[in-house]
Design a protein. Structure first.
Length: 568
């Protein structure tokens, strides 16, 4: 019995495409009619050497649909914002885009006529059907929503499938100049950038190499690679930032200007640090997005009271403003936002940075080079001879920089800088430890701002919660309030990628100088006593500010306590 009508149409389209000749068509037409879609595909691929995608194109043309190669589609948590993942998995469909008001949806079964109507009712948008291979759709769901699916082709090329070490992997397949390694290095950076990561960690372990991205302050594992790939990948990254690839015993620092290595138009730099670890060399890369502009000060999480005080400080003609907190607490962003607010044509601003993280128009920015003696201290000395109004020093690291910074603040310049301390009052003792005289600190200091970044609870799926017991006690003690707060949804939603949190918000401890504080600094009182004096004069501690963010529904109490312990 000859082939059915649809199968004949598919064969006819393959003839039109030049993939089959008339003799092959005649031979196929004489086959049994019980060749289902999958059986015909198998026959065409095995006996006639037609690729799976060519079969899909022919089938789509026979059914008057557009073919879609789902294998190249990158599934992200946002994919399932409109159509739930469970629905897509059950019916083997995948939303792959939107054109105007219409949704583009890839279907495995072209004869399922009720599904487009169901999807339209669910989303309120008309559906354009695309035809995809059933196997590709199943593969996407079996791999989950990890963006790491975008590494498939590269990982396969270097002889590994997500951590399954291939014993036959040859050494010459994984040199730093081989195509797959170059692609892998680029893909790791691109993937991290599109995920909104701040840092990329490449960590060699005993049996494999782990790639992790830091997103919203938390490290997420993205990829496991064979052990043999590690040295070549590290060497490739070193080549990208002009480091010595033969030196594997010492830590090295460099910078990648990624625009030189990608065709995707990503204008970003990466600050690279390599270090010899027990299982090989590890690399950490900080992503510096040049396209990202600074945020306005009100968008950084300042309370109204703190914002008013801080704005008053940055408009002073001279004095010292210090920001403190651990790495990744948002100090640089706050300083850039402050400079952006006071950056007018009648003001001269000089900055000494290591590295220059954001390029702002109107600012004179200087990159430090310790190898040739250009340090923060030497840059500061030069600035004092260049008639600036405002000076930004990336970090006060040593006695020399601290001394010149204080002098600059006392001689008519507004000086902004950062320091690595835990809270605002301990900054004073840190400066005295560096050898700066207390009377110079008290007379130059305008304010100290300690800060942290807390994860924002997802507005879409957050869960109302009435605090009780210890929770209620912590909130009442901190801000004298009790009422409904929010918790993160453990399941999350498509908007937050199943995390329950999305984005971050700053918390601040702003210690503004006053007469009582100046007197206490001159008497060299303890940090704990300085804190009490500052709080008597209106300072909100980091803990209090974090609990205020909980009250406003911006974050959760768990997140607040995890980052800042309650005050004693």
């Amino acid at each position: 019995m000859p082939l059915g009508k649809i199968q004949l149409q598919i064969v006819g389209k393959l003839v039109e495409m030049g993939r089959l000749d008339d003799a092959q068509r005649t031979a196929l037409a004489a086959r049994d009619a019980d060749l289902s879609g999958n059986a015909l595909d198998k026959l065409l691929q095995e006996d006639f050497k037609i690729s799976a995608f060519q079969c899909l194109v022919a089938k789509a043309r026979a059914l008057n649909l557009s073919p879609y190669n789902v294998a190249h589609y990158r599934v992200t948590p946002q994919t399932f914002e409109r159509i739930p993942k469970e629905f897509c998995q059950e019916h083997l469909v995948l939303p792959v885009g939107q054109v105007g008001e219409m949704l583009l949806v890839a279907f495995a079964n072209p004869f399922e006529v009720t599904l487009p109507t169901k999807i339209q009712e669910m989303t309120g948008k008309p559906v354009i059907r695309l035809l995809a291979r059933e196997k590709d759709l199943k593969d996407k769901f079996s791999k989950g929503t990890e963006v790491a699916a975008g590494f498939d082709d590269v990982v396969q090329q270097i002889g590994a499938e997500y951590g399954e070490v291939d014993a036959d992997l040859k050494g010459d397949d994984v040199s730093e100049e081989s195509g797959p390694i170059i692609q892998l290095a680029n893909r790791i950076i691109e993937d991290a950038y599109f995920c909104g990561s701040s840092d990329i960690h490449i960590e060699p372990q005993e049996k494999d190499v782990i790639v992790r991205n830091r997103v919203d302050g938390l490290c997420i594992e993205k990829l496991r690679l064979p052990k043999k790939v590690g040295p070549a990948l590290v060497a490739r990254l070193k080549i990208m930032c002009n480091l010595d690839i033969s030196e594997r015993r010492l830590p090295q620092d460099g910078r990648i200007v990624f625009k030189q290595y990608t065709k995707k138009g990503l204008d970003l730099d990466l600050r690279v640090s390599t270090a010899p670890l027990n299982h090989g060399e590890g690399v950490v890369m900080r992503i510096l997005d040049k396209q990202k502009s600074t945020l306005p000060l009100p968008a950084l999480g300042f309370s109204e009271e703190n914002l008013a005080k801080y704005r008053e400080c940055i408009r002073q003609p001279y004095g010292m403003i210090l920001h403190c907190g651990p790495t990744g607490s948002g100090k640089s962003m706050t300083l850039y936002s402050a400079l952006n607010e006071v950056n007018t044509s009648d003001v001269v601003i000089r900055t000494a940075e290591d590295p220059i993280e954001y390029t702002l128009p109107g600012l004179n920015q200087m990159q430090m080079h310790r190898q040739i003696g250009l340090t923060f201290a030497s840059a500061l000395r030069a600035f004092l001879r260049q008639d600036p109004d405002i000076i930004l020093v990336g970090e006060i690291r040593d006695k020399e920089t601290a001394g010149i910074a204080v002098e600059a603040a006392l001689t008519g310049h507004l000086l902004l800088s950062t320091l690595h301390t835990n809270d605002a009052p301990t900054t004073i003792s840190r400066l005295t430890e560096m050898g700066v005289e207390t009377f110079m600190i008290s007379s130059s200091l305008l304010c100290v701002c300690a800060q942290r970044l807390l994860r924002r609870v997802c507005k879409q799926c957050r869960v109302p919660h009435q605090p009780e017991g210890r929770e209620k006690e912590i909130i009442e003690k901190a801000i004298g309030w009790s009422g409904q707060i929010f918790r993160a949804n453990p399941k999350g939603c498509a908007k937050c990628g199943g995390n329950g949190y999305r984005g971050r918000v700053g918390i601040h401890e702003l210690m503004v100088s006053n007469e009582e504080l100046v007197e206490a600094i001159n008497k060299e009182v303890e940090s704990a006593e300085l804190k009490k004096i500052a709080m008597r004069n209106g300072m909100k501690s980091l803990h209090q500010d974090s609990v205020l963010k909980v009250k406003e529904g911006l974050t959760t109490l768990e997140e607040a306590i995890a980052n800042v312990p309650p005050d004693m």
